[in-house]
Design a protein around this ligand. Structure first.
Ligand SMILES: Cc1cc2nc3c(=O)[nH]c(=O)nc-3n(C[C@H](O)[C@H](O)[C@H](O)COP(=O)(O)OP(=O)(O)OC[C@H]3O[C@@H](n4cnc5c(N)ncnc54)[C@H](O)[C@@H]3O)c2cc1C
Length: 350
């Protein structure tokens, strides 16, 4: 604790245990803030010392450098979920520090549809708008109404509409045009009481084929079970879950590039529609075609034995090793298919 401030500041706190990968060095300073006033105080403290600030949620989409971070890491620990009704919508407003999976469980228990397929995603509520979290046919952009933010430059709070957040595939203003400008303190989701579950994804369609309409709870449970089978649900002791989730975004290529790839490989590459004239190719498929298969190892890091896109830390490793594996994959895929993969997790301290 720093004696000159009411904030509980810590010095040289290791960041690895605060991330799902379990890699990286310490933060020069860190603080958990449990109110908006404390958040402002923390930013003023850092500004007075000209320290860079990083906002840490659940650390589930993060790669921390081995040297750590020379500034202040702020963890929004704001809690609480409130409920109101507007027309046929149930509006749940959750504070940024709430566990995302806990929030989904609460929404499902209230029989409110809209986030049931996002069960089992690790991290905090505040992290979800950043990369427009999505899975199994849903993404938070489908239900987010407003995002309450603190503007780091003016120290003013604003309520951004979903439109202002400009959500798209794994993107929003928070990780593109306004990166590092805002800190999310609360998110408002508009859900449908008694609404039908979303069963759009092939795995879910198969699981419920021929049965009567499942409940939201059954769909959320099935999503968690599928995620668990793929090592994409955090389960203590499961080595495949020491990851940051999917490490690469699915690349979007032109229809002509897709056709050329098919001619090169003498097979029709799998794809999903993206914007007009372009398609999304599963990054996992590209990795496998390039020889990076499940269970692949390189020193103390590797690829999950159950999910090709999850790079994992096998223990006693370093971030440098993980990034060397990333570089090997990116270079090989680019050399073979002229497609440059982009990494999904955020880098800190580089
Ligand atoms: C096993 C596993 C499975 C996963 N599955 C999925 C999946 O299916 N779909 C998916 O989309 N993602 C998935 N992820 C990635 C990750 O869980 C999500 O991106 C999650 O929303 C990250 O939230 P977080 O709180 O952990 O953020 P962190 O990892 O702590 O931070 C990520 C980024 O968000 C910023 N951030 C965090 N909180 C705030 C805030 N309050 N205000 C402003 N910026 C903030 C950080 O500064 C950083 O830039 C998975 C990860 C793992 C480990």
């Amino acid at each position: 604790m720093n004696p000159t401030s009411g904030l509980h500041l810590e010095e040289n706190r290791p960041l690895a245990p605060l991330t799902t990968l379990g890699l990286g060095g310490p933060a020069r300073w860190s603080v958990a803030v449990s109110s908006e006033a404390e958040l402002v105080e923390a930013l003023e403290w850092a500004k007075g010392r000209q320290l860079p600030v990083f906002v840490l949620g659940g650390g589930s989409n993060l790669v921390v450098s081995d040297a750590g971070f020379p500034g202040l890491v702020v963890q929004p620990a704001l809690r609480g979920v409130s409920r109101s009704f507007q027309g046929d919508q149930c509006i749940l407003r959750a504070a940024a520090g709430e566990s995302w999976d806990g929030f989904v469980a609460e929404a499902v228990a209230m029989d409110c549809a809209g986030v049931e397929c996002l069960a089992g995603i690790p991290g905090t509520v505040g992290g979800t708008p950043v990369q427009n979290v999505g899975a199994y046919g849903q993404e938070v952009a489908d239900t987010i109404l407003r995002v309450r933010v603190l503007d780091r430059t003016t120290l003013q709070f604003h309520e951004l509409t979903a439109e202002e957040c400009r959500f798209s595939y794994r993107q929003s203003i928070f990780n593109t045009t306004a990166r590092d400008r805002y800190i999310v303190t609360a998110v408002e989701y508009g859900l449908l009481p008694g609404g039908e579950p979303c069963i759009r994804y092939a795995d879910l369609e198969r699981a419920f084929a021929g049965s009567a309409r499942p409940t939201l709870a059954e769909v959320a449970d099935k999503v968690r079970a599928i995620r668990r089978s793929k090592g994409m649900l955090l389960v203590s002791g499961d080595p495949d879950t020491k990851s940051a989730g999917s490490f690469f975004r699915n690349p979007i290529v032109s229809a002509a590039q897709h056709a050329a790839l098919g001619r090169q490989l003498h097979t029709e590459p799998p794809c999903y529609p993206a914007s007009p004239g372009s398609v999304k190719i599963p990054a996992a498929w590209l990795l496998e075609q390039a020889g990076f298969v499940r269970g692949y190892r390189m020193g103390h890091v590797g690829i999950s034995s159950r999910h090709t896109l999850a790079l994992i830390h096998c223990g006693n490793g370093t971030t440098a090793e993980l990034l060397a594996l990333r570089d090997r994959i990116v270079a090989t895929v680019e050399q073979r298919f002229a497609i440059r993969l982009e990494m999904e997790p955020v880098l800190l301290g580089f």
